[in-house]
Write a protein that binds this ligand. Structure first.
Ligand code: ZN
Length: 389
């Protein structure tokens, strides 16, 4: 009995001891909870709130002085083409929307064009592809050949707008058609410029590129009438950006320009891509008077005797410059010829301005050449081969 009492007294002492420790642990837990809640509500959350506020102000433009392209900006790139021939390739970018106008000058230009575009276009998608006319110096990189795959294979092209008419039956043109139709089979939409102008079959006359930029297909009389000159079939477009208009007429010749003025109400154009690589037969006084360009970019190999043995009629021609320089001295040229042999029609190529990048905020333009940014009238080439008239 005594043994049992002792034992039970001993048990109750142990129980009291246990209760004390349990109470202590609960009290500690409660204290820890209070401390945790205090830290979460009064320190952690406040710290994060102020971090979020800081991040917000960063995305509003406080980036430590680094100059970034603004959200509504647009750039136009006149590309060098990796060989000595005259040809057009113009890349336009605003936001994530990319436009490519023409793919000259030869099939082997496609490597250079792809490499250049890849520096700006990260998703491999060209939203709009404009092909002005069927001459090889505008379609060859789209046509491709055995050793050079077509630009249509290198990029996913969403909407292709090309020339309604051609007199061409060349191999290059046939390969162009095959490659273009291949892209259509893979999901691209193709319209002729005439369908666009007439807004037929879902085509549109004007495509929004961004909130403040659009691509507009002009009317060219030769979209539906015969011309013996392939150049007059050129698809003509403007890009409008904010208050500015930029004009692209492919290789349109004098008759084409005359009709263009007759059928379209052309505004003053901040920038004009010199028609037909600066040929004397394009950029007529009538057109220039209507558009009063402030900047003229010429896609050509200056002084190359590709089509002539006469220095003054190599691109850009003296006659064309006589007319243009009355409106602006801001003339830029992609490439120039060296080691020229007029008699043998032979030459090599080097950069003039190089790839010409025109940046626009919708009102002001800045021009930067990958080689230099010197306007044509200030170059040695001009001093040696041309004059101010
Ligand atoms: Zn051309």
């Amino acid at each position: 009995m005594a043994k049992r009492q002792r034992r039970s007294r001993g048990r109750s002492r142990v129980l009291r001891k246990n209760k004390f420790f349990t109470g202590l642990i609960i009290a500690l837990l409660v204290l820890a909870l209070i401390a945790g809640a205090y830290y979460y509500f009064f320190i952690y959350r406040k710290k994060n709130q102020s971090l979020e506020e800081n991040n917000g102000s960063d995305s509003n433009g406080d980036n430590g002085g680094e100059v970034l392209e603004g959200e509504g900006d647009l750039s136009i790139h006149f590309l060098e083409l990796g060989n000595k021939y005259n040809g057009d390739c113009i890349f336009i970018k605003t936001g994530d929307t990319e436009v490519l106008i023409d793919g000259g000058s030869r099939e082997d230009s496609s490597d250079d064009i792809e490499r250049y575009i890849d520096g700006y276009c990260t998703d491999g998608v060209l939203e709009y592809v404009i092909v002005t006319h069927a001459d090889q110096d505008h379609i060859a990189a789209f046509a491709g050949n055995r050793s050079n795959s077509s630009l249509f294979e290198r990029f996913e092209c969403k909407t292709i707008i090309d020339f309604p008419r051609t007199n061409k039956t060349t191999q290059t043109y046939q390969r162009y058609l095959e490659a273009r139709n291949g892209e259509v089979n893979e999901g691209a939409v193709r319209y002729s410029a005439l369908q666009c102008y007439r807004e037929e079959d879902g085509a549109k006359r004007s495509y929004a590129l961004s909130e403040n930029a659009s691509l507009n297909i002009l009317y060219n009389y030769y979209y539906e009438n015969y011309s013996s000159d392939e150049n007059n079939y050129s698809v003509c477009v403007t890009v409008t950006h904010g208050k500015s208009t930029y004009l692209f007429t492919g290789d349109l010749e004098e008759e084409g320009e005359e009709k263009l003025l007759e059928y379209n109400d052309l505004p003053q154009c901040k920038l004009y891509k010199a028609g037909h690589h600066g040929s004397s037969t394009s950029s007529t006084e009538k057109l220039l008077k209507a558009i009063k360009p402030e900047y003229v970019c010429v896609c050509c190999c200056a002084g190359a005797p590709e089509y002539t043995k006469t220095n003054a009629s190599t691109f850009p021609t003296q006659k064309m410059l006589d007319r243009v320089l009355r409106y602006t001295k801001n003339v830029y040229v992609t490439s120039m010829a060296t080691e020229v042999d007029l008699e043998k029609k032979d030459w090599e190529v080097t950069s003039m301005n190089g790839n010409i990048v025109v940046r626009s905020d919708g009102e002001h333009l800045t021009v930067t050449g990958s080689n230099n940014s010197t306007p044509l009238p200030e170059t040695d080439w001009f001093l040696n081969h041309r004059n101010l008239g």
